[in-house]
Ligand binder design. Sequence first.
Ligand code: ADP
Ligand code: ASP
Ligand code: MG
Length: 408
Amino acid sequence: MALIVQKYGGTSVGDIKRIENVAEMVQAAHDAGNQIVVVVSAMSGETNRLIDLAKQISEQPEPREYDVLVSTGEQVTIALLSMALNRRGCPARSYTGSQVHILTDSAHTKARILDIDESRIREDLKKGRVVVVAGFQGRDEHGNITTLGRGGSDTTAVALAAALKADECQIYTDVDGVYTTDPRVVSNARRLDRITFEEMLEMASLGSKVLQIRSVEFAGKYNVPLRVLSSFEPGGGTLITYEDENMEQPVISGIAFNRDEAKLTILGVPDQPGVAFNILGPIGQANIEVDMIIQNVAQDATTDFTFTVHRNDYEKARTVLEKTAKELGAREVKGDKSIVKISVVGVGMRSHAGVASTMFEALARENINIQMISTSEIKISVVVDEKYLELGVRTLHDAFKLEQASAA
Ligand code: ADP
Ligand code: ASP
Ligand code: MG
């Protein structure tokens, strides 16, 4: 008998017919003799609908109330799924995050899970019940409802699997695994049977929303066997694994992209020690995360400084930067919201030269101008105009022959 945590995303519970389909899958796993804990997201579109309602009242609603609101979507699906299971004769009980003591910090809208008391879940499992838990939510030490950030139901599932020492955590979604890139952008993207935690972490942090980044961090840290599968068709999906020393690693395993980027440049800043601190200090104080940074070599004792932020933070960052520009006596502030970041990822890159030149050559051939570049041991990212997103991703997918299974 195995203990399995299954998570079903928004599309998989998008209407009553699909909820019935999920109930059928859960019942089959339960009837096969397994203990099953199910985590569900809100019905597709529901979280966006709730956020939109809040925005109609206030551009910046209080984070506490925002969490009370957006956590309700999941409460609908846990109840409906439990009803569907019970009607089929499969005993089930639904719980909100708070009811199963998913304790988080108090960082509303992006809370981190600190602890889970799994005793109540274990009692139900012992009685032969399926336990259905609302994803994406928890409570802080003061009893306030918190949410875990967009895509947070993945993290609920992995955290529960870690707490219960589950045999596997299965993430059921609307694609049948993790692909070399988003299959909705590149039609010949290839499903991977396996991907390492390290690569998955990099892909997730560079924009592949198939798994929330924190869920991958959690799974790696607590050694949770994690699998991504389709809720619509059978198949083994993709297993996230540790790197196998004996395995021949492809140089590039995937391409990620992020549409949520924006770029800011401050031109003609007097070049002296502390420039970076003077520019980015106030940005950090405003709670804005900075991603890529470029500082040009000064020629006339001034320098140009460019960095990227999340598109949602663009206006806020620009206001802060304009104030800084005045204080520092800089010439001008420029910004661009129509940029995207495209990244190639692979642990095999460590031992292979030439990845960057292949990448740059392929983009040059398509006349795609690279605005910024950043590299780490297992990835290279470029910023380009958003109109080149699809072309850029497809071009790189071809250049690294990712459609072929033996890509090396
Ligand atoms: P869910 O609602 O089930 O959580 P998500 O929309 O969050 O589903 O994640 C699944 C989506 O992730 C897919 O529909 C796909 O468009 C997208 N995606 C992005 N990159 C990849 C990738 N490398 N492999 C598979 N899917 C990807
Ligand atoms: N419902 C939440 C969202 O749309 C959490 C999730 O689906 O994982 O982001
Ligand atoms: Mg998701």
